[in-house]
Unconditional design. Structure first.
Length: 203
């Protein structure tokens, strides 16, 4: 049984990876959240890209625990804003994690932009770092459109403002299961299943 640290306390992220590994038929992997290992100071996420921040978190996990670590960094990229909020998604309004303020500011900035120029995508980059120093990075994108007002009560962050391509609903109107099946993080994690299978086979 190989241990794999998921550098997050978000149970939804852990569950999503568990489902993806099960769907891929991968066994022999024990997923651990940050709460399952001795506490360490979480690193400052000061990278310029999603990949930078994902690697910062994954490297810190390995350095502090000696366990292979997977981490993700994600956000929304709006074409009209040259890919912003991007890595600043969680603190776009200046207050980290204030979903309401972040959504309000983004809507205000895009209020005069016509529908045909409201393309956006949720982006997730997942990094896997092993104790041997090997590093793997995968990116997942979930394309769609930025709505003009929030819709739906599910999800978090910018979910109420994002209408996925081919959908009539916002991602906040989709069930967790529906969202997981097509989401940016799911797409990124799925690209790492072969590497995780190799780790499980070695142990």
């Amino acid at each position: 049984m190989v241990k794999l640290l998921v550098a997050s306390n978000n149970k939804k992220k852990l569950g999503e990876l568990e489902r993806i590994l099960a769907d891929a038929g991968i066994e022999g992997v024990e997923l651990l959240s940050l709460s399952a290992v001795p506490a360490y100071d979480e690193p400052v996420e000061d990278g310029r890209t999603f990949a930078d921040n994902a690697l910062i978190k994954a490297r810190a996990g390995v350095a502090n625990t000696g366990i292979a670590t997977i981490a993700d960094d994600s956000g929304i990229a709006v074409e009209e804003l040259n890919g912003m909020p991007g890595v600043l998604s969680a603190r776009w309004s200046g207050q980290h994690g204030n979903d309401q303020a972040n959504n309000d500011l983004l809507l205000a900035q895009m209020s005069d932009v016509p529908d045909e120029r409201r393309a956006a995508a949720f982006v997730s980059v997942c990094a896997l770092v092993t104790p041997a120093g090997k590093e793997y990075v995968a990116e997942g994108r979930w394309p769609g459109t930025l709505l003009r007002a929030p819709q739906g009560e599910n999800g978090f962050g910018y979910d109420p403002l994002f209408q996925p391509e081919g959908e009539q609903r916002s991602s906040a109107e989709m069930s967790p299961e529906e969202k997981n099946a097509v989401s940016h993080r799911g797409r990124a994690l799925a690209q790492l299943t072969d590497i995780i299978a190799q780790l499980a086979a070695i142990n």
